[in-house]
Design a protein around this ligand. Sequence first.
Ligand SMILES: Nc1ncnc2c1ncn2[C@@H]1O[C@H](COP(=O)(O)OP(=O)(O)O)[C@@H](O)[C@H]1O
Ligand SMILES: [Mg+2]
Length: 273
Amino acid sequence: MTAAAPAPCAPRPPPRPTATPATPATPAIPATPALVVRALVAGYTSGVDILRGASLEVGRGEIVTVLGPNGAGKSTLIKAIAGLVPVRSGEVLLFGQSLLGAAAHRMVGRGLAYVPQTDNVFARLSVRENLELGACARRDRDGIEADLARMYALFPRLHERRRQAAGTLSGGERQMVALARALMARPTMLMLDEPSAGLSPKLVGVVFAKVREVRELGVTLLIVEQNARAALAISDRGYVLAEGREQVSGDAAALLANPEVGALYLGAKRGLM
Ligand SMILES: Nc1ncnc2c1ncn2[C@@H]1O[C@H](COP(=O)(O)OP(=O)(O)O)[C@@H](O)[C@H]1O
Ligand SMILES: [Mg+2]
């Protein structure tokens, strides 16, 4: 005789007691950081190191800013992470996976997007075309349309200007196009190189407020900036880069209040005062 099959909606029997005792409570393992840069040495030409052992970490969901005077190596740091500058030694880990040796054009597929300091829009293409290009590695047509709508909701000005050539927009609007285009790739980690460069103080505020909103989409952000006050105001933590490595690091508020940081590395008049 075979056992009758249980009725489809029969209540589940209670779980059998297991022989093994319940696992004792263990301390939570900290999540792998979004980005780890360790002892990075990199430069454009052989024999000339611009980064000389730079290290930093960005936790998931954090906004971290790297500050430093002109020529400190901030752009080089971002470009080295993005695979655009030869790395001689050190480590770059994105969510625990090494990025070293990966071609720059593969980074988007790994979840890393980067907005360069200059030339970050296609000037002759419309706003909409710029945004579509940001999604060129994607094949999910419906998802792309939905993300376009999300970008227009995040940046209503871009919706108004969607048919206009990006090169005819104001500096602040172009920065929004660059930001939105990078987001169209659906990155988990976004790097911004001096998003405030060339903007009026009012527009700097507008752009950084958008950066905060971008974080709310679940994106982790690494920003390099000369505008210390504005960048730290929206950041969780910061690093000061000079002579190719980080010199000071800490909570954004602590860095803002640190007179030595202002005087030594940021240019007291321009950055903090
Ligand atoms: N394409 C390049 N080729 C050679 N040297 C470069 C190049 N770009 C920048 N450098 C040099 O690297 C150093 C750091 O520059 P950069 O990373 O642009 O500084 P920052 O972004 O902090 O102003 C500078 O001495 C600069 O001259
Ligand atoms: Mg730079």
